[in-house]
Design a protein around this ligand. Structure first.
Ligand SMILES: C[S@@+](CC[C@H](N)C(=O)[O-])C[C@H]1O[C@@H](n2cnc3c(N)ncnc32)[C@H](O)[C@@H]1O
Length: 265
């Protein structure tokens, strides 16, 4: 199958051209049902905008279901699927993906919480909403997963000296290395960030690098069917994976193509 390409059009149509069970890892960051119309500053080149408005949650789910069905078809039996969403519909999407015709309850692996800091007015009648949800499903029980490790600081930041447990120290104190947890604190792509491409809702490369590393091996095929500025594809390229992108917006496709040509992703 041809890789290193970005198809411009509705993924429902474009996915029909992909062979069944040919892709190792799928990440999607589609509209969230946020009832917003995203755009960038008028100074930005191209028409970088996309509409995230549906006629209620059922309309949104009716829109996503046939697209998820196609994504499920093209995924290899050893593949994984990561669906990026937020509070607007994550609970409905999880129920949809639990459907045995799609991924199934038993293939749910993680609800990853991506926590970020961003400015904005604090609501007076609830807590500030500062995380997204990434639902991770495998296609079967046999799937690629490369675990990652993170630092876990010791209580009191002192050494425990347990036998057989390696301990390390940095400026903050003593820590051990443990399996990464399912909540991740990663900065958003801020206004002054070097990686900023002025694409609305651009996701940080560090977030996608984690997902691509964990869910695929070198040489594998990574698909993002709502690729926007191409962050998942950039992560795949950086980590030695092959990739396929799809986006309905010609401005997004142009931007992602330019980004993927550059050595500085
Ligand atoms: C949230 S953005 C993706 C942002 C991307 N993850 C990034 O880091 O830049 C969602 C994208 O989905 C695209 N999109 C919406 N409906 C689509 C469809 N039916 N097929 C393909 N792309 C679609 C939009 O044009 C938009 O670029």
């Amino acid at each position: 199958m041809k890789t290193g390409v970005i198809y411009c059009g509705d993924c429902l149509v474009k996915l029909k051209d992909l062979t069944s069970e040919s892709v190792d890892l799928i990440y999607i960051d589609p509209p969230f049902n946020s009832n917003r119309n995203y755009s960038t500053s008028p100074k930005t080149t191209g028409d970088r905008r996309f509409d995230d408005r549906f006629d209620g949650v059922n309309d949104y789910l009716d829109y996503m279901k046939p697209r998820i069905k196609e994504l499920h078809r093209v995924l290899k039996p050893t593949g994984s699927f990561y669906y990026h969403c937020d509070w607007h519909a994550s609970h409905y999407i999880k129920v949809l993906l639990d459907n045995p015709d799609l991924f199934g309850y038993d293939n749910f692996q993680n609800e990853i919480v991506w926590c970020y800091r961003s400015g904005g007015a604090s609501p007076r009648r609830r807590f500030s909403r500062k995380h997204d949800i990434i639902l991770f499903y495998s296609k079967t029980g046999e799937y690629v997963f490369n675990g990652l490790k993170e630092r876990s600081y010791n209580r009191g930041l002192k050494p425990y000296r347990f036998q057989g447990v390696a301990e390390y120290r940095d400026n903050a104190g003593w820590y051990t290395r443990v399996g990464m947890k399912d909540y991740w604190e990663i900065n958003m792509v801020g206004r002054t960030s070097r990686e900023r491409l002025d694409y609305p809702t651009q996701k940080p490369l560090a977030l996608l690098e984690r997902i691509v590393f964990a869910g695929s091996n070198e040489g594998d095929i990574v698909l993002d069917a709502f690729c926007g500025s191409g962050t998942a594809l950039a992560a795949a390229q950086k980590l030695g994976r092959r990739w396929i992108g799809i986006d309905v917006s010609p401005a997004a496709c142009d931007l992602a193509r330019e980004r993927l040509k550059s050595r500085d992703l």
